[in-house]
Write a protein of this length. Structure first.
Length: 317
């Protein structure tokens, strides 16, 4: 006869807790249908729990635990100015995306290899497919089907946040940088030429449009921000607030930033890499910089201000 039966009113989650002074021991927490939810969720006030469940249902969070931890972390930041250390994010908030591929993308991965990307480009190249038809490798009907499937695959990848460049040497990206630097996203312009002409590679586009969660969660973004000396900067979608925070991070560059802002207005603010070498500094590739993309007040000229705390450069176009 079992003398210490486990509670039967709800499914049970076995949680092993390591005690440095003893062996492992087991603690049982009642659940309400979700494996990640521990006792605190069961005992939560009904209206609050219902609201969190609705946010999970809407896809805002991957689980009740993730929702609870998110608001706990944001509350600590707001009330006690306590931030997550060194860009680390609670385990329950990892894998925030809706599927494995999207999760890899959010973390800084690409979800598709360069080889697969180039294979997709071949299937999107009508001239390549026509050559295959002329060699008798495929029929016209098969060519139409291959092209249709490739177009749909590219569209599906774009929905997941993967940008497929037409240049095979560029690999795979998480954004279309030529689109990101446009002044008006609905109008094609040539602002991107300024970046290619001056060997500037955009690593994080438009900081003003990035969320705090995105910059904490994407490992590549975390690393770029750290190298740029901006790990502790508060990202804001208010451009004036963001600019003031950048000046706090780069006190040596306040004067040049203010001078540019007095005579120009800001189009975008990016984290960039300079793919070149200078006589004084040597290779600049290892560093990361803030790039502020300006237009002059009369809109006749474009200007880029490249800065970190030890370097500044103004490029007039």
């Amino acid at each position: 006869m079992e003398t210490n039966p486990k509670p039967a009113e709800a499914p049970l989650l076995d949680v092993e807790v390591l005690d440095n002074q003893s062996n492992f021991k087991k603690t049982y927490y009642p659940l309400t249908g979700e494996k990640a939810v521990v006792g605190v969720m069961v005992n939560m006030e009904g209206g609050l729990k219902a609201k969190l469940e609705s946010l999970v249902a809407e896809g805002k969070f991957r689980s009740l635990t993730a929702a609870l931890i998110h608001f706990s972390v944001s509350g600590l930041e707001r009330e006690f100015n306590a931030f997550i250390e060194d860009g680390k994010i609670p385990r329950s908030l990892r894998g925030y995306a809706t599927n494995d591929v999207k999760s890899k993308i959010d973390k800084g991965g690409y979800g598709i290899s360069k080889k697969k990307k180039n294979d997709l480009l071949d299937r999107l190249d009508s001239n390549y497919l026509v050559d295959r038809v002329s060699r008798g490798e495929i029929t016209l009907e098969e060519m139409d089907l291959i092209l249709k499937e490739a177009i749909q695959e590219k569209l599906d990848l774009q929905k997941q946040g993967i940008y497929i460049s037409g240049n095979k040497t560029e690999g795979v990206s998480l954004f279309d940088w030529k689109y990101e630097v446009r002044e008006d996203k609905e109008v094609v312009d040539n602002r991107w030429r300024t970046y290619t002409k001056n060997d500037i590679s955009i690593l994080i586009p438009n900081l003003i449009n990035r969320t705090k969660e995105e910059l904490l969660y994407n490992s590549k973004y975390v690393n770029h921000m750290k190298i740029a000396g901006l790990s502790n900067i508060e990202i804001s979608n208010n451009i004036k607030v963001l600019l003031e925070n950048i000046k706090k991070a780069y006190p040596n560059q306040v004067k040049v930033i203010d001078e540019m802002c007095d005579k120009c207005y800001i189009i975008g603010i990016h984290i960039v890499q300079l793919k070149r070498t200078t006589p004084n500094e040597g290779s600049l590739r290892k560093n990361r910089y803030i790039c502020i993309d300006f237009n002059t007040q009369n809109e006749d000229e474009q200007a880029l201000l490249i800065v970190n705390n030890d370097y500044n450069e103004v490029i007039w176009i």
